[in-house]
Design a protein around this ligand. Structure first.
Ligand code: OFO
Length: 165
């Protein structure tokens, strides 16, 4: 049985995953508008992944006897200056999500909720992959700067990455 604290924290995480999905979907619209079709596809695919993160938590809370609650979800920002800014922000956001997952894992472990601790290991591994992925895109964007050709190449690469998502 989940403790009240654990349920509340898992519900906060459900909302954060929802927000992540909305943020990436909103960012994809900027990319589409600016002609970065690969980046748009990549971010849309990633928005779907975030919904899966949300659903996995939702199901866990439910199956563990708690009530998953969808709260109010803040509107994501929609004005950006460049593709590099978008990916700097995705990387920053993933780091925030990692901190939140770590905090959840800490709560589970320190309250001897080993079932939730075990469930969260999937997220711990996933966050490692996500940070790595977004950091690698950001590094490439930093490298090419304003070069149109460089941005075009990265956009193509992102389209390929989207297929693997
Ligand atoms: Fe991007 O990992 Fe969930 O939020």
């Amino acid at each position: 049985m989940l403790s009240k604290t654990m349920i509340d924290k898992l519900n906060e995480q459900i909302n954060l995953e929802f927000f992540s999905s909305n943020l990436y979907l909103q960012m994809s619209a900027w990319c589409e508008d600016k002609g970065f079709e690969g980046a748009a596809e990549f971010l849309r695919a990633h928005a779907d992944e975030e919904m899966q993160h949300m659903r996995r938590l939702f199901t866990y809370v439910s199956e563990a006897g708690g009530l998953p609650l969808i709260g109010q979800i803040e509107a994501p920002e929609h004005r950006f200056d460049s593709l590099a800014e978008i990916f700097a922000k995705t990387y920053e956001h993933e780091q925030l999500v990692t901190r939140s997952i770590n905090d959840l894992a800490h709560t589970a472990f320190s309250t001897q909720d080993y079932s939730t601790f075990n469930f969260l290991q999937w997220y711990v591994a996933e966050q490692h992959e996500e940070e790595k992925l977004f950091k690698s895109v950001l590094d490439k964007l930093t490298l090419v700067g304003d070069s149109g050709q460089g941005l075009y190449m990265i956009d193509k690469e992102l389209a390929e990455l989207a297929q693997q998502e």
